[in-house]
Design a protein around this ligand. Sequence first.
Ligand SMILES: [Zn+2]
Length: 605
Amino acid sequence: MAKALNGFVQKRIPFQRGIIAAACFLTGSISLVPRTAAQTPRPRATAAKASPAPAQPKLVVLLVVDQMRADYVDKFLGQWTGGLKRLVAEGAWFRDAAYPYAATETCVGHATISTGAFPATHGMVANAWWDRKEQKLVTCTSDPDPNVKNIGYAGATPKGADTAWRMAVPSFAEELKFQASGATRIVTFSLKARAALTMAGHKADAATWFDGGAWVTSTAYGTQPFIEEQAKSHPAKADFGKTWALSLPEKEYWYDEKALGAVPPEGWDLTFPHPLRGKSGVSEPDSAFYEQWASSPYADTALTELAEKAVDALKLGNSNGTDFLAVSYSSVDYIGHEFGPRSREIQDILVRLDKDLGNLFAHLDQKVGRGNYLVALSADHGVVPIPEDMQKTGADSGVLHLPEVQQRIEIALESLNYPKPTIARITGSDVYFAPDVYKKLQADSNAMSYVLVAIGTAPGVAAVYRAEELHDRPATQSPTLRAFAYSYFPGRSGDLFILPKPYWLLDSTPLGKPRSYGTGHGVPYNYDQHVPVLLMGFGIQPGQYFQPVTPADIAPTFAALCGITLSSRDGHALAEALKKPPEPRATSQRARPKPASASAPNTNP
Ligand SMILES: [Zn+2]
C-alpha cells in the first residue's frame, strides 16, 4: 500500500505546483507568493521532503440514480453482475444513508449531494417554488438573465434559460476547479436540467440535459463538439421502434405482471414488453415516444455513452489535475412515478442500469486506470408505494388532495372576512399565502388557529408547521419539525408546511380529475429519505457501513480526498470508509518504489 502511495506522489506532483513550490523555496516564505484563484499554493507542496503530499484521484465520478430507494440494493443485488454489483463488492456501502430534511425532490437532492449542504444552506428548496416578488412559480434552474438562453445540439431550438444561479453555494466541482491547479474539467449529464446543472454548479465545461427530443445546454455553459457529434450520430429517435422486454427469466421477478395503481406512459399498457413506438399508429417519433424513451433503459444507455464520449474526447482523468464527471440517471424516477417501486419495470431497469454502469467502469478502467478514479453513487430521494397498492397491506394509506386543503383554507378565512383568494399557491408541502395575508394571520391568532384546524382536519394530514417555527434550525425532539427546518430557506420556502400521514401521497391533481401518475415523493419519511450511498475506487476502504450518514456527506468526502475545503459543514467526510494513509516512517532510506502503472489494480491507499 505504502509502495503505491509513494508511486502516486511521484507521478502526481503537477508541473504548475512544482513551480509554485520552487517559488516558495526561492522567496523563503510561503506568504510572499501571490495567492490567486488558479494557483493557491498548498503548504504541503513546499514540505514535500518532510511528509509526502497525498496523491489525489485523477477523476471524480458522481453517479445519481433519480428515485433509487436504498432497499433496491438489498433486494436486487443478487440479480446484478455489472457496475451496481461492483460498487457493492469493491466499494464502501453505507446502508443507513438518508436525507435528514423534508423536501425530498430532485433539485434539492442533487444540490445537496453536489454541495455537501442541506437546502437550508444551498437554497434549492424544491423543484419549483412560488416567487413572492414575481408572483409566479419558478423552477429551481430558471434564469431570468436576458443574456442566458438554452441552446440545442443537432439543430434543436429549445425554449427557456436554465442555470444553477439560484444555488446559494458552489458545487464541489466548482470548488475543486477554483481551489486546485485549475486543470479541472467539469462535465455533467442528465435527462433533467435540475440534475445536470446542480451537479455542475454555476459554470462548467459541459452541463447537458434532454428536452423535447434533443440534448441541450445553455449559453452560460456552452457547447462541446463531441456532444454535437454524438447527438447527430446517436439521436434518441434512433431508438424509435425498439422494444423494452424483460431481461431476466420471468420467475426472477418479484412482483405481479401488472403493478396495482400504475399509470403507464401514453402508448404503453401495464404489461411487458413495452414498445417504443409513440402513440399507437404513428410512424415517426412523437412526444409520446420521447416520454416512453425517457421511461426506458435506452435513455440510461444514451447517458452512459455520452459519459464515455466525454472521457475520450476531453481525456478526462488524464490531465495534471482532478477532473469531474457526473451522470444523473433519470429513468428510474419516471418509471417509479408511473409503475411504483413494487414493479417489474423498476426491477428490470436496474438490471439494465447495472450493465450500463459495468460498461462505464470498464471504460474508466481502460482510459483512466482502475484505482485512479473515485466514484460515488447515490440517489436524490426515494419514493412511496402506490397508495392503492399499499392499501392491500391493511395499513392506513391514501391520497392527500392539496386542492381540497386549499379550499378548506379559503372557506375558513372567508368566514372571517379575509378577501379572496387568500392562497397564492400550494406546491408540494408548502403553502404560500397571497401578499400580506400571512403577516395578517401572524397578528391574528384566532384566524391562524382557524387555518391550522382547517388544514389539520383534512384527510391524510398529520401536522402543520408554521414558517416561524423553522427559522435557524431550532433544537427539537420532533424529527419531522427538524426535517422541515433543514429544508427551510427564508424568502423561498412557504408560509405553512403540510406533513401528510405516513404512506399518504401528496397530490395536486385538480379535484374530480384522475391522477396522471402512480406515486410520488417529497416528504420526511424514510421511504423518501433513505437512499444508497456507495463509494468506490481511489482512497476508499471497501466494506459495509451501518452508521447513519446523509448524502450531504459525499461532497465533503470528495473534498477530503482532493484536499480542498467546502464552505458548508452540514455534511461530513465519511472518514470510516477512507483508507488510512501509511504512518510516516522515521527511516526514509528505503528504496523508492516504482510508480504504479495506470492500469494497476486498486492498490492506492
Ligand atoms: Zn420524481
